[in-house]
Design a protein around this ligand. Structure first.
Ligand SMILES: *Cc1c(COP(=O)(O)O)cnc(C)c1O
Length: 401
């Protein structure tokens, strides 16, 4: 790696080496400031960020309405527990219901926590003998034990067993395989409409429709993990609206609060009724700061017409990659759904990520070979073109190396 760390960053890296558990692979870059689709490191170097906050900063770094709402709230009321009512949480829940399927919300702090709530609700909302949940190979649902067990990727399970009982894995986009796994103990099907960490792999519309019918036929809860696809990422408020298939339960986090930590589970009213006082909780869930940030995020997306912008952005990336895909056999497939972009390569994508980093462009590679971009919906067109130039340059260089 040829990234140089200045004095300030070297010191920071040293502190991490001594005092922070090394469960992440970190680049030796120390980020200190962000604005829109730019971030700056401690040495003053500027980067264009096509993977802001792992998808959390869907409306850019430090979005002004979120900053203002949080600054106002933090000086008024930082935290009160869920033993009380609070304005912002109620308004936030109503806004989410209006933009989705009109259900009720449970608030928490992360995607894994939202999925844990969904797992519990699915078991509670179905007869007691039903507890099994069907999930999908290549999926990703988080790192807490329940969500991790739901994550049907053996590499994440190593050394951690025994895992949670009651999860059954099926191949993605194979309806017959799912049907064959449903029995009298099945309570739910949990799926990402587009597998994110799994490599930007969309479910097919007939598959999701088939799951909906199967769930209706057998009295199962259909749960969509929209932690990555929700909140505008696909150019719709929620990913399910892209496919036209409505779940019973949906989980959200990542972009939900414009970069502030926050998660939510939304459930149809009749399903949500199974969760009664005392059955589930989260101390910080739906706190006033997260709620204000969540409201400001929804307002920003609406007032700045960012859903439309996300769709246009996706088309821009699609056409840029489509123009080179045929001539570069390095590129195996290009998958674009709004501002969720995957470029699958025929070899390891790690060198591309490092090359782009050296050129001041932040991207991600998942599953070894899929370049994943989760740009901000408000990434300006010129900047998108500039970023594509750098990335396509790096891909071309790599293809010829
Ligand atoms: C990131 C992610 C999660 C986990 O969210 P955390 O906030 O890290 O717990 C769960 N599901 C999906 C689809 C994700 O992309």
């Amino acid at each position: 790696m040829t990234i140089s760390t200045g004095i300030g960053s070297a010191e920071t890296v040293g502190l991490f080496e001594r005092h922070v558990i090394p469960n992440y692979t970190r680049y030796p870059v120390n980020l200190v400031r962000g604005e829109g689709s730019f971030v700056w490191d401690a040495e003053g170097r500027r980067y264009v960020d096509l993977f802001p906050g792992w998808g959390c900063n869907l409306i850019g770094h430090c979005p002004p309405r979120v900053v203002a709402a949080v600054q106002d709230q933090v000086a008024t009321l930082i935290h009160v527990p869920n033993t009380w009512h609070m304005d912002a949480q109620g308004r936030w829940a109503a806004m989410l219901a209006e933009r989705s399927f009109g259900g009720q919300a449970f608030f928490c702090n992360s995607g894994a926590e939202a999925n844990e709530a969904a797992i519990k609700l699915a078991r509670l909302a179905t007869p007691p003998e039903r507890y099994k949940i069907i999930t999908f190979e290549g999926g990703f649902h988080g790192r807490t034990l329940g969500a991790l067990t739901a994550t049907a990727q053996p590499k994440y399970h190593q050394g951690l067993g025994p895992l949670v009982a009651g999860f059954v894995y099926a191949p993605f986009n194979d309806l017959d395989a799912v049907r064959a796994r449903v029995d009298g103990e099945t309570c739910a099907i949990l799926i990402e409409p587009v597998q994110g960490e799994g490599g930007v792999r969309p479910a097919t519309e007939p598959f999701l429709r088939g799951l909906r019918s199967l769930a209706d036929e057998h009295g199962l809860m259909l749960i969509f993990d929209e932690v990555q696809t929700g909140c505008g990422r696909l150019g719709h408020w929620f990913g399910y609206q892209h496919f036209g298939v409505t779940p019973d339960i949906m989980t959200l986090a990542k972009a939900l609060c414009g970069g502030i930590a926050g998660g939510a589970m939304l459930a149809k009213r009749e399903v949500a009724a199974a969760m009664r006082p005392g059955m589930h909780a989260s101390t910080f869930g739906g706190n006033p700061i997260a709620a204000r940030a969540g409201i400001a995020t929804l307002e920003t997306i609406e007032e700045d017409r960012l859903l439309e912008q996300g769709l246009r952005l996706g088309e821009r990336f699609r056409s840029r990659f489509a123009a080179i895909a045929d001539s570069l056999d390095l590129i195996r497939d290009v998958r674009v759904l709004g501002a969720m972009i995957g470029v699958e390569l025929n070899r390891d994508g790690g060198p591309i990520v490092r090359n782009c980093l050296e050129k001041g462009l932040l991207i991600n590679c998942t599953q070894g070979t899929v370049i994943r971009l989760l740009p901000a919906l408000n990434l300006p067109g010129e900047l998108a073109e500039e970023a594509c130039d750098i990335l396509i340059g790096a891909l071309t260089e790599y293809a010829n190396s």
